[in-house]
Design a protein. Structure first.
Length: 320
């Protein structure tokens, strides 16, 4: 397997933090997305490598294995297990893989050769039994029988709040393949879903990895979202607030007419049941819309208006 420097792909060094990895991935994923570079034949390959680099370096456990074992990081567990067996065998028989050793240590720079013999390219040299047979004290199977699960992929889909108000279908290009997915209404910002079997291919007949899609949802509306509930403000005419009446407001997907009680105060909050955001994976269910009234004080009053307000003020004082 050819070594791929994931740090170099993301333009980072080994001291990079998780935040550095995330920032670099988002920047490069946007730049090299195949949909944005239809005339660049190498865009798909670059985008795939960027996703692979992020999938490994954004996962602390995988990153530790990658930093230690390089191109063989996916086989780290097998390597550790086989290294322990090698040490045990060496202590018992005084040799390992046909090499004489004076101690039970397994040098770090031997692991590439060890993997080569483990996954093809060299056999295990054990002790000879009668009849010319070679005995493996650990009864290990050949590498051709070992199945390995494919690598998981990560992808990010950017949507707006209005996009996720309704269920929609999108086609994603992952590893050179188009995948048609359904995005349920009400999905949350930062939520991740798993698409089974759409990651990297398995080895020796092993299962494919999975595809993990994280949704980045931007809000360019006047509504604040908290789960399936929405919050917004509405300007209320001072005369309607005093005398009562009706007003029409904008909800997320239309308009609604409200009755205003006389004497409505500034910052009064009302709830519009069922006028919020769709509940995730519960078709036909919606949260509520919470509306806060902001009384609009008139400006640029005429002389007559000032006079009337003065009279009203005097009446209020005299009445008390």
């Amino acid at each position: 397997m050819e070594f791929i420097d994931y740090y170099k792909i993301l333009g980072l060094d080994k001291k990079a933090t998780e935040a550095d990895v995330k920032k670099a991935y988002r920047k490069l994923a946007r730049k090299h997305h195949p949909d944005l570079n239809p005339k660049d034949p190498s865009a798909k390959q670059k985008f795939q490598q960027i996703n692979e680099a992020n999938e490994v370096l954004s996962d602390p456990a995988k990153r530790v294995k990658y930093d230690k074992y390089g191109k063989d990081w996916m086989h780290a567990e097998e390597f550790e297990k086989q290294r322990q067996q090698q040490e045990q065998y060496q202590k018992q028989y005084g040799q390992s893989g046909g090499r004489q050793r004076t101690s039970g240590s397994f040098e770090e720079n031997d692991f590439s050769d060890f993997f080569e013999s483990m996954f093809g390219g060299g056999g295990f040299s054990g002790r000879q039994e009668s009849g010319g047979r070679t005995s493996d004290p650990f009864n290990r199977r050949s590498s051709s029988q070992s199945k390995y699960r494919g690598q998981d992929f990560n992808a990010e889909v950017q949507l707006t709040l209005r996009d996720v108000f309704t269920t929609q279908k999108q086609t994603l290009s992952v590893n050179g393949k188009n995948i048609r997915i359904t995005i349920p209404a009400g999905i949350e910002n930062g939520q991740t879903i798993k698409i089974t079997g759409h990651g990297g291919p398995g080895a020796n007949g092993g299962p494919n990895g999975d595809l993990y899609i994280t949704f980045s949802i931007t809000n360019d509306t006047s509504f604040k979202r908290e789960g399936s509930d929405l919050y917004t403000e509405a300007n209320l005419d001072i005369y309607v607030a005093i005398l009562g009446g009706e007003m029409t407001i904008d909800t997320f997907n239309g308009k609604a007419k409200l009755k205003i009680k006389p004497g409505t105060q500034n910052e009064t909050k009302v709830k519009l049941k069922g006028k919020g955001f769709p509940v995730y994976k519960k078709e036909g269910e919606f949260g509520d819309l919470y509306l806060t009234y902001k009384i609009k004080v008139p400006t640029n009053l005429t002389t007559k208006e000032i006079e009337l307000f003065s009279q009203l003020s005097k009446l209020r004082k005299d009445g008390h």
